[in-house]
Design a protein around this ligand. Structure first.
Ligand code: NAD
Ligand code: WQD
Length: 352
């Protein structure tokens, strides 16, 4: 297993990367991996779903401060100033909203941030020297696929406003980059879980978690009574849904691989980032219980609307195009997620 990369202060690439959503869950882990690999990072975020203290933790783990500007990505002029000042050669675009349920009740907000924000960013870099644009897309664009594993040519059929905004942003990026000399990588993540091995940064959902692992870990730490498992009557071995969980540090390292692959890429490519392995909800709950050292209380309830029974990635393209694969196991994911949760029971709100 490749460890989170140790800071190497002698490693210089002279390349500056603009990271939007740098204070978020995946963005913060990626900043550390980028800085450890010699990239200079200029992060931007409006802290809509994150806390400023994350920047201190990034600096602590990376061994140097992160350059940062607080802004909303829909503020094109503010972004343009950042681009003009720092002259990034690459952009990694994480900033966005990601709660499927909220996207159903507030679609306008999702179109504004996820699509409007992406258009604003594309506008802000339009006359810059950015030569690689990496976008955080999602396996949610595949909806409920007819066959697994899903490849990048599996038909897209998003079933929520969130999924439709991710697909629309992908299409805007493809059209924009076709007019200029800039490569593009549209990375479709599967289910990111886990945390930095130090337990200093991790996922800190506001309110009731939507996702399985954060909910299970909040039960384990005593913040919630029991996990509800949404259905055990699916056509799978144990009746619960199967997903492709990927360790967030593997995912972060996938972004470093994406930038290092830059010279081989002269077009806009879609790439799945997953492990290629599926785990059922009960398998995850059992692995999490092992990591925690006690059973995680759970009950079976009705199915959740819109859940696919089984989805996991075909990882062939990521391996060939990026020379990258995820190697952390479910044991690693649960151990590291539990380190983060147990050291920070209330997330960043208990931060020093
Ligand atoms: P996150 O919410 O932790 O991080 C997103 C960051 O973007 C937050 O720090 C938030 O404050 C910031 N942000 C939101 N709106 C902004 C705006 N208008 N201007 C500036 N900053 C803004 O989410 P994450 O899990 O790190 O996800 C990052 C990206 O990956 C998102 O685009 C998401 O759609 C995508 N993605 C996430 C998952 C997942 O399960 N976590 C899966 C697939 C794709
Ligand atoms: C996983 C499994 C649930 C919570 C979501 C987004 C997707 C992408 C990844 C951003 C499912 C079950 C969950 C709970 C449960 N994110 N579950 N009890 O739905 O695969 O994907 O995150 O792009 O767009 O939709 O992830 O963690 O919500 O659910 O039983 O309290 O756990 O039914 O089978 P999902 P999830």
């Amino acid at each position: 297993m490749s460890e989170p990369t140790e800071p190497n202060h002698n490693q210089a690439t002279n390349a500056t990367v603009l990271v939007t959503g740098a204070a978020g869950y995946i963005g913060s882990h990626t900043c550390i991996e980028l800085m450890a690999n010699g990239f200079d990072v200029i992060g931007v975020d409006n802290f809509d779903n994150s806390e400023p203290v994350v920047l201190d933790r990034i600096a602590e783990l990376a061994g140097r401060p992160i350059q940062f500007a607080e802004l909303d990505i829909r503020d094109t002029e503010a972004l343009r100033k950042v681009v003009s000042k720092h002259s990034p050669s690459a952009v990694i675009h994480f900033a966005g909203l990601k709660a499927v349920g909220e996207s159903v009740s507030h679609p306008q907000k999702y179109w504004s941030v996820n699509v409007g924000g992406t258009l604003s960013l594309l506008d802000a870099i339009s006359t810059s020297d950015v030569s690689m644009f990496v976008f955080s897309s999602s396996c949610t664009v595949y909806g409920d696929p007819a066959a697994v594993p899903v490849t990048e040519t599996t038909p897209v059929a998003p079933i929520s406003p969130y999924g439709r905004t991710k697909l629309a942003a992908e299409q805007a990026i493809i059209d924009h980059l076709s007019t200029r000399d800039c490569g593009g990588l549209l990375l479709r993540y599967f289910n990111p879980v886990g945390a930095h091995a130090s337990g200093r940064i991790g996922e800190d959902p506001v309110g009731v978690p939507n996702n399985l692992m954060p909910f299970a870990m909040q039960v384990a730490v005593g913040r919630r009574d029991a996990l509800s498992i949404f259905g055990d009557d699916y056509d799978t071995a144990d009746g619960t849904c199967i997903r492709d969980y990927i360790h967030v540090v593997d995912l972060a390292q996938g972004h470093v691989a994406a930038l290092k692959a830059e010279t081989d890429i002269d077009s806009c490519e879609i790439v799945n980032l997953g492990t290629g392995r599926g785990s059922s909800v009960l398998e995850v709950v059992n692995a999490a219980s092992e990591a925690v050292g006690k059973p995680i209380a759970h009950q079976i309830v009705a199915r959740r609307d819109g859940d696919a029974a089984v989805i996991f990635a075909d990882t062939t393209k990521a391996e060939s195009l990026l020379s990258w694969s995820a190697d952390r196991t479910m044991v690693d994911m649960c151990r590291d997620h539990w380190s983060w949760q147990s050291l920070n029971p209330d997330g960043y709100r208990t931060a020093d």
